[in-house]
Design a protein around this ligand. Structure first.
Ligand SMILES: [Cu+2]
Length: 136
């Protein structure tokens, strides 16, 4: 049988770009800037997320609202194309977690086209709590 694996966006080695929080975005060029895409993911009972894929538009900011209904501590981490942890909810790093019943929206983030792995960094959870942010 054939195993298909994601290669972590090997073709596109672009780091995550965190945008400043709430900075006044100068509307230039006569275009109307779209508001950030609002994505949501929820941790549910059984050490799982409610979805295995999040879809975002390339080169446009998006936010992730992470809801923890999983009955224990969890977090939400996105790796960059090189596989390094780069984005954390609640943050500031992968050792911070949300308690059950909490939710938090992360800072806006903008990604180039590619597939970026996300997971829960609580020890032992990655095996069942992971998926991909598909950006195109
Ligand atoms: Cu977890």
């Amino acid at each position: 049988m054939k195993l298909r694996m994601f290669l972590g966006g090997s073709a596109v080695a672009v780091a995550l770009t965190l945008t400043g929080c709430g900075g006044g975005s100068g509307a230039g060029g006569g275009g109307n800037a779209a508001p950030p895409q609002a994505l949501t993911i929820t941790a549910v009972e059984g050490i799982k997320y409610d979805k295995a894929e999040l879809d975002a538009t390339a080169n446009q900011p998006f936010t992730v609202n992470f809801v923890n209904n999983g009955g224990m501590q969890h977090n939400f981490v996105i790796k960059n194309a090189a596989g390094t942890d780069q984005y954390f909810i609640p943050g500031p790093d992968k050792t911070a977690y949300l308690d059950n019943g909490q939710s938090k929206t992360g800072a806006p983030v903008t990604l180039a086209a590619g597939t970026y792995e996300f997971y829960c960094a609580f020890p032992g959870h990655e095996a069942t709590m992971k998926g991909n942010v598909v950006v195109k």
